[in-house]
Design a protein around this ligand. Sequence first.
Ligand SMILES: [Ca+2]
Length: 313
Amino acid sequence: MAPRKIIIDTDPGQDDAVAILLALASPEEIEVLGITAVAGNVPLELTAKNARIVCELADHTHIPVYAGCDRPLNRELVTAEHVHGKTGLDGPVLPDPQMPLADGHAVDFIIETLHAHDSGTVTLCPLGPLTNIATAFQKAPDIVDRVQEIVLMGGAYFEVGNITPAAEFNIYVDPEAAEVVFNSGAHIVVMPLDVTHDALVTQKRNEAFRALNSKVGHAVAEMTDFFERFDKEKYGSEGAPLHDPCVTAYLIRPDLFSGRHINVQIETQSELTMGMTVADWWRVTKHPPNAMFMGEVDAEGFFALLTERLARL
Ligand SMILES: [Ca+2]
């Protein structure tokens, strides 16, 4: 089978970095057409820089990296330096990128790419707030039907929230954009906190990255070491959750995940529960399903895949 063509829309972020590395390490299953940066974990200037740092870490400097929206559709940007550090990629010491940003805006790249390829052959992989994707859908509504699938990290149901008691960070930062995407009619697969909080980098899994004894292995071990501190304090968990790599792992091994095809609505009105993903897991409404909302991951299989693929870089 031909590899699946994807655009990674991202706000790196240590876990975004690992998600990108997993995709770049898997050319048989995944062809990365480009990477689009969005403001999220840290401001756009840093996410656009970090995306290039990651490409250079993997020696994939031919991948075009575009800068996108620098703030949510109609809100001030909320960032997460408290989790990811000042640069967004705190942990390893990595050189500033030499590769330039690609010319043009990320939103235009998304639109042009969907126009240039056969309908139904390009998958979007958002790993941050959905601002770039929603802006593209608003600017060129005809591209929605051309998207093969949107596989995104965002939201939560049973785990509820991580940035507020009710909301997950990516959706909270730009709930209006999330609403556009979830109501678009595109085929959506969601990796919520319910899944990603089971993808924990335990000490043993961190050591497996380090034992790769490569530039990439050491960098990933140091990145996950860094944001582990935060999660251990917050949740008392045995390691940091690797949120975003669940998206790229799904493209390679969908069988590692299971969930339900259900209706998911985004809260955009209440200040108390802003950005909540109201997921009809128990199917108590008659609202039609609009998303495959994942609930479980085979964590052992996920980390085995990740470690095996990172060894290739
Ligand atoms: Ca992210």
